[in-house]
Design a protein around this ligand. Structure first.
Ligand code: 5GP
Ligand code: MG
Ligand code: MG
Length: 184
């Protein structure tokens, strides 16, 4: 789906398809270097990370294994609480493995901080994070994130996997919605 087919839903394109692709290249080269000679398991967090996982993995000139988790964060309304429930667990056993969590966005960081602890407690050899987007001003907990695509302002974004009411995930770019979309 392209920007001009969105009517007036979209306020601005924050990060273009081209910028995303260039960034994925950069991230992929770093990951190749850092994990040289080691096996790597990419763990995507459903559903938002589907685009990043698909594209990042194709930018990598090496073998990787891929697995998925789905989690839901208990909390009131749209804010995450840090209390996490596993909706779909990994198929893989991470014991002794190098794991790279692939995420769409880090907002408060509460979900990821729980996920990090969870995967480490299963005996992974290493657990690192690659995220396309991060909102530094929204962080409630400090997390060391090894690979970050873009730091963005503390605003609600959609596209490239990210939804509003399950729409807009298939946009190939990251954008801001016009307020009338929320007010409907
Ligand atoms: P947190 O880091 O607060 O625990 O939660 C991260 C999750 O909240 C993301 O995986 C994503 O599903 C959702 N989220 C956070 N910020 C945004 C945003 O700006 N836009 C959209 N569409 N989802 C967001
Ligand atoms: Mg996510
Ligand atoms: Mg969502």
């Amino acid at each position: 789906m392209e920007a001009n087919q969105l009517g007036d839903d979209l306020k601005t394109v924050l990060i273009s398809e081209r910028e995303i692709s260039d960034k994925l290249d950069e991230m992929a080269r770093q990951i190749e270097r850092d994990y040289e000679g080691r096996e790597l398991l990419l763990v995507g967090v459903l559903k938002g990370a589907v685009m990043v996982m698909a594209d990042l993995s194709r930018h990598l000139n090496r073998h990787v294994a891929m697995d998925w988790m789905a989690v839901s964060s208990y909390g009131s309304g749209t804010k995450s609480s840090g209390v996490v429930r596993i909706l779909k667990d990994l198929d893989a056993d991470v014991q002794g493995r190098d794991v790279l969590i692939v995420e769409d966005i880090i907002d408060s960081g509460l979900t990821l901080s729980w996920l990090l602890a969870n995967l480490r407690s299963r005996g992974a050899r290493s657990v690192e994070i690659a995220t396309m987007l991060r909102k530094p001003d929204a962080a409630k907990v400090h997390i060391d994130v090894k690979y970050v695509g873009f730091d963005i302002p503390n605003e609600f974004v959609v596209g490239y996997g990210l939804d509003y009411a399950e729409r807009y995930r298939n946009l190939p770019f990251v954008g801001l919605l016009n307020p009338h979309v929320y007010e409907k």
